[in-house]
Design a protein around this ligand. Structure first.
Ligand code: ADP
Length: 160
């Protein structure tokens, strides 16, 4: 039996980089829970419901995916769904410090849960949610960086 994993993030919004990571992670797990952080302290462009909805739409053809939001600690959500792995993506060296710290802290919080990193594909390494928002806000073309559902939502958001 394959293990269960969680893929946590802000996903504000989901990009093709996130999709690539989740598609490549999927074959290794029986279920992959894509969990959107519901963190009131973080200023996000999209509500948690909008972020969950966009991920559901973009991954509707994938099997063995659960998309939902969570409050609190990733390790607590992972324990609740009996996950033994946390999936994270690594882009550049600049991600490493933060991700290493997070992985180490999560292991201190729950030693039964291992963080597994997937290195980004070369063609996605420069894609970040914040860059996408900036480009969309300034009227740039984001169609090759995000799924269609997300592009549409970004357009609507910045039309207002
Ligand atoms: P955070 O969870 O830190 O708020 P995100 O929601 O943007 O950040 O990303 C969730 C995870 O996906 C992180 O591990 C991040 O490094 C990874 N990720 C983000 N963009 C990409 C990308 N273009 N390629 C690979 N991994 C990525």
């Amino acid at each position: 039996m394959k293990p269960v994993a969680v893929y946590p993030g802000s996903f504000d919004p989901l990009t093709n980089g996130h999709i690539d990571i989740l598609q490549r992670a999927l074959p290794f797990f029986s279920v992959l829970h894509v969990i959107v952080a519901d963190n009131a302290d973080k200023n996000t462009l999209f509500s948690v419901e909008e972020r969950v909805e966009m991920i559901k739409e973009a991954t509707s053809r994938e099997k063995n995916i659960v998309v939902t939001s969570f409050k609190g600690l990733v390790v607590d959500y992972a324990k609740k769904v009996k996950a033994h792995a946390i999936v994270r993506g690594l882009r550049a060296v600049s991600d490493f410090d933060y991700e290493f710290q997070l992985a180490t802290m999560n292991r201190r919080l729950n030693a039964d849960i291992e963080t597994i990193f997937f290195a980004t594909r070369g063609k996605y390494f420069y894609i970040s949610s914040s860059a996408i928002k900036d480009i969309a806000k300034n009227g740039g073309d984001i169609s090759s960086f995000v799924p269609a559902a997300v592009e549409q939502k970004l357009r609507e958001k910045f039309k207002k």
